[in-house]
Write a protein of this length. Structure first.
Lengths: 116, 110
């Protein structure tokens, strides 16, 4: 069964703690992404990676960190520096396209993070 | 101005009726366009890509108007299961960075 998995589904964090969200894919996709979704808002890009051992900041990278040591895995750490971390976090993957390639992204089921 | 704008709705639609809504985008260089569907508290799922000539997938029809920089989605013969939020998604560069609209909520009623 090919797909993207995220864990945990729900996560509660105390203020001042770092937490790491897991994302794994077996679609053999090169590119992986992390988004954050807040109520009534569109998805906002946190980090993305087009290839192993390389990643770039998205639009709202402050307070987050990532690693890409394996093609299949792209974990996200929410650090204590992130001022408002309560949100729905979505991981996605895609083939890497160029030009007119329709590089659709496919999403995992998400992790709901709540800061207590 | 947001890069991708959508009417948030909700669009209340009687079962069996047709509903259509648009999405505008600001980057005239955008090449790829998609509609995603998102159910409450779930992940977005790809509904359809939008091609230059327009395309249809069953009861769903997508159109692209490059001159006016909008895409549209039409749902015919609405089903209760079509109730969801529909996200307009536009790429902003060649490698795949996507911009998501905040979504249009559709509620199909019996």
């Amino acid at each position: 069964d090919g797909g993207i998995t995220q864990s945990p589904k729900y996560l509660f964090r105390k203020e001042g703690q770092n937490v790491t969200l897991s994302c794994e894919q077996n679609l053999n996709h090169d590119a992986m992404y992390w988004y954050r979704q807040d109520p009534g808002q569109g998805l906002r890009l946190i980090y993305y990676s087009q290839i192993v051992n390389d990643f770039q900041k998205g639009d709202i990278a402050e307070g987050y960190s990532v690693s890409r040591e394996k093609k299949e895995s792209f974990p996200l750490t929410v650090t204590s520096a992130q001022k408002n971390p309560t949100a729905f976090y979505l991981c996605a993957s895609s083939i890497v396209g160029s030009g007119r390639t329709y590089n659709e992204q496919f999403f995992g089921p998400g992790t709901r993070l709540t800061v207590l | 101005r947001k890069e991708v704008e959508q009417d948030p709705g909700p669009f209340n639609v009687p079962e069996g009726a047709t509903v259509a809504f648009n999405c505008t985008y600001s980057n005239s260089a955008s090449q790829s366009f998609f509609w995603y569907r998102q159910d409450c508290r779930k992940e977005p799922k790809l509904l359809m890509s939008v091609y230059s000539s327009g395309n249809e997938d069953g009861r769903f029809t997508a159109q692209l108007n490059r001159a006016s920089q909008y895409i549209s989605l039409l749902i015919r013969d609405s089903k209760l299961s079509d109730s969801a939020t529909y996200l307009c998604v536009v790429n902003t560069d060649s490698w795949g960075k996507l911009q998501f609209g905040a979504g249009t909520q559709v509620v199909v009623t019996p």
